[in-house]
Design a protein around this ligand. Structure first.
Ligand SMILES: [Zn+2]
Ligand SMILES: [Zn+2]
Length: 321
């Protein structure tokens, strides 16, 4: 299993970004991304410009940000544009079904951004009846997501859905529009896959085999009955073994923020079942007893004067008979 650095939320001049498509690709390569989803507002046009310039070092995924009066939706990997104009607050599920039929992966972007009159439609107001139709919630959005109260609200929305039994992931989106100031940090998404192909990466996004981070990296798996499981996969209730390795930030631009991992926190169904200091680079192993529901990892540590900063959020492993 490799973990690839991805950005799932980026704009070009086809909507309100400052970069042309080739400029965005150049910026993405310079930053060190392995994967980039271009998600312009209500258009998939940039993808047509990519085919000619695409190189094997950067895998570009087609995407679009549904931009409506009642919320923004990230749609990744769809084979066509699904009409966003029909969706109403009460009928969003029908539109989500249509996106799924077009093979799209669906995430709610920045659900707690301030809406009208500051940014009409930026706040999530749709009434989703079946959250099985939503693949992820963008928990970290834009600049300095660790300092933004809206990140905490989005995190709570995500956890609440998990506790209701939905299988749903959390994502980070740079919501990249232009060059950012050096003093502003943005979050990273690491996607686990055995190879960097559209097929494999989209499958991992669907499954939930990814984590978000302010910089540090991790590898995590659960082992049960001689089998290895990754985030998003399903295990049986009963004994298992968690294996995790945490590394310092490798991404150049984010190294200067000195986010330093110190502590692993293990959640099972909204309860912290383990909390322990860890050292970098060492494989940390822990026996766990799985219960129906989910289990997931967070890494806390030092950063920006805090000693308890949430640095990594791993997506859940699911547990079912
Ligand atoms: Zn948006
Ligand atoms: Zn956006």
């Amino acid at each position: 299993m490799n973990y690839y650095l991805a950005e799932l939320h980026a704009h070009t001049r086809h909507s309100d970004g400052d970069f042309t498509t080739p400029e965005l690709l150049t910026q993405a390569r310079a930053f060190g991304y392995d994967i980039l989803a271009i998600t312009d507002h209500n258009t998939m046009a940039p993808v047509q410009e990519v085919a000619a310039t695409e190189t094997s070092e950067l895998l570009v995924l087609s995407g679009m940000e549904w931009t409506t009066f009642f919320g923004h939706l990230l749609v990744i990997g769809a084979n066509r544009v699904v009409d966003w104009r029909k969706a109403t607050i009460e009928t969003i599920d029908a539109s989500l079904v249509e996106i799924k039929e077009a093979q799209g992966i669906v995430g709610i972007a920045h659900p707690f951004s301030i809406g009208s009159p500051i940014c009409t439609g930026c706040h999530w107001d749709y009434h989703v009846n079946d959250y099985n139709l939503v693949d992820f919630i963008e928990v970290w959005n834009r600049l300095n997501p660790d300092e933004d109260y809206r990140s905490q609200l989005a995190y709570e929305m995500w956890v609440d859905l998990l506790n209701q039994g939905y299988r749903i992931s959390c994502s980070a989106g740079r919501d990249w529009h232009r060059e950012e100031a050096l003093q502003d940090n943005t979050a990273l998404t690491y996607i686990g896959a055995t190879e960097k192909t559209s097929e494999a990466i989209l499958a991992s996004l669907r499954e939930g085999n990814y984590y978000i981070s302010l910089g540090p990296e991790m590898r995590v798996n659960l082992q049960q009955n001689d089998q290895v499981y990754y985030m998003g996969q399903e295990l049986l209730p009963g004994p298992a073994r968690l294996e995790i390795t945490v590394q310092a930030t490798m991404q150049e631009k984010l190294k200067s923020f000195n986010f330093f991992p110190t502590t692993i926190v293990l959640w099972q169904n909204n309860q912290i079942i383990h909390c322990e200091e860890i050292s970098l680079e060492n494989v940390f192993r822990l026996p766990v007893v799985l219960e129906n529901g989910y289990i997931r990892v967070e890494i806390f540590g030092l950063g920006k004067g805090s000693s308890e900063k949430r640095l990594i959020i791993g997506n859940p492993f699911y547990v079912s008979e």
